[in-house]
Design a protein around this ligand. Structure first.
Ligand code: CMP
Ligand code: MG
Length: 427
């Protein structure tokens, strides 16, 4: 089966839309110079393995300021205060460093807020001044004991966090490029008869050692770095592909729109530019699947951070014939006033409302009201996170059409999920 959709992801990577060419690890042999004092700067680095000596020279004499090891950052000053390199960096042993682009660093600093930014710029300037007026003592290059800053637990924790983020981002880029993700499918069930109405496609990132990195860890990194855009396109392309596979399996020749639907999560970043929305829309239009079986799940946050843009984005996605769902309803701003303004087909009640609903009269009133409101606005309702039969019975008797949760089935591989196509859940 052809997969033209994937070429969009590949193009993004190939054209440097993801700046992969600037990001990666670099290896330096022992004694080689990474950059020289006075050079112009366009990136910073983190030591991945080996050691980097930081030195200045005054009157022909070399002052060693520091020897940096695993996880330590250097080359950040020139980016922060927009001046030239304050010192020379040399690989002591064979050394690998992770590149931090100017854009990445400035983005991180930008996100830190004006006060944190001010502190950073001020501290950088002060260090430069201290070094120029008071040439540093040469430290003994015994990097195992000599660097006081490295034994500070607060600094240590901070740099470990930063190193983890950087490595995760790097690994994510590679994983997108090499298509190392998988989808898991969780059935969404019609509560009246136990039939599988559709699936939610959920991304998984299996690791070679069998240990999987949780989406809760990598999705925020993907969001912040913009990698969520190609990742989201990949998820959609695979989900569409799976719908075609299901049709084939069920022996359906022409897609009449009556088969199961596939829910795909769309992140706020995927809706914040016309170009991103266009890519999603075109992928749906070009797929050999009835678009009414594609349901895009959008969070409240995506709708409310820029409602005007969200309105345009949703209107475009609607023209494809796909359905739109509001995801995790009740966890965001829960501003009821916006609901009727967006062309939404489905409301998904967040699991936090569903948990223990059977013996929570207050919660029951809220959920009854949400269901009534959704129906009033012409939306159907999916309850997320059903784990117990009592929850299911309560929802069933309160006009909630669909349910999803461990009580019916956990997310699973396609092989397992496809067995839910042929049978009804019973309770
Ligand atoms: P930058 O000025 O971009 O390039 C030289 C780098 O050396 C600088 O950023 C810092 O990362 C690092 N550096 C400068 N002074 C010191 C110091 N006293 N101790 C440790 N590292 C330093
Ligand atoms: Mg979802």
């Amino acid at each position: 089966m052809s997969k033209p959709e994937l070429s969009i992801v590949q193009t993004l990577l190939d054209t440097g839309g993801l700046s992969t060419s600037h990001i990666g690890t670099l290896r330096f042999s022992a004694g080689s110079t990474i950059f020289k004092e006075g050079d112009d700067a366009d990136c910073a680095y983190m030591v991945d393995s080996g050691y980097v000596e930081i030195s200045t020279s005054a009157a022909g004499e070399k002052n060693v300021l520091a020897v940096l090891g695993d996880g330590e950052i250097f080359g950040e000053m020139a980016l922060i205060d927009r001046q030239s390199r304050s010192a020379t960096a040399t690989a002591v042993h064979e050394t690998t460093v992770v590149l931090i682009t100017r854009q990445q660093l400035l983005e991180a600093i930008g996100n830190a807020g004006p006060l944190a930014r001010l502190v950073l710029v001020a501290a950088t300037k002060r260090l430069r001044m201290t070094q120029s007026t008071n040439p540093a003592r040469t430290i003994k290059p015994d990097w195992s004991v000599n660097n006081e800053i490295r034994s500070d637990p607060y600094y240590d924790a901070t740099r470990l966090d930063a190193a983890k983020q950087l490595r995760l981002r790097l690994a994510l880029e590679t994983a997108i490029k090499n298509q190392q993700f998988e989808l898991a499918y969780q059935p969404i069930v019609t509560l009246a008869d136990g039939r599988t109405a559709g699936f939610e496609a959920l991304i998984r990132w299996p690791q070679p050692d069998g240990y999987a990195i949780s989406p809760a860890d990598f999705i925020p990194v993907a969001e912040k770095s913009g990698l969520i855009v190609p990742m989201g396109l990949w998820v959609l392309s695979q989900a569409l592909h799976t719908l075609m596979t299901i049709d084939h399996k069920m022996g359906r020749k022409r897609d009449t729109g009556r088969g199961v639907f596939m829910s795909v999560n769309v992140s706020p970043h995927q809706l914040d530019s016309e170009e991103n929305v266009e890519q999603l829309a075109r992928m749906i239009e070009q797929a050999d699947v009835n678009p009414s079986r594609v349901k895009l799940e959008i969070t409240e946050q995506a709708l409310l951070s820029d409602p005007r843009m969200a309105m345009l984005s949703l209107a475009r996605l609607k023209t494809t014939g796909a359905l739109l769902a509001i995801d995790d309803f009740g966890t965001g701003y829960s501003s009821l006033s916006y609901l009727h303004r967006f062309p939404l087909d489905t409301l998904k009640i967040d699991r936090s409302f569903v948990t223990k609903i059977a013996d929570n009269p207050g919660g029951q009133r809220v959920v009854s009201a949400i269901i009534a409101l959704a129906h009033e606005l012409g939306m159907d309702v999916v309850a997320e996170g059903i784990e117990e039969i009592e929850e299911l019975h309560w929802l069933q008797s309160h006009a909630c059409q669909y349910g999803q949760g461990y009580f019916m089935a956990k997310p699973s591989s396609f092989a397992t999920a496809s067995t839910y196509l042929d049978r009804h859940f019973e309770w």
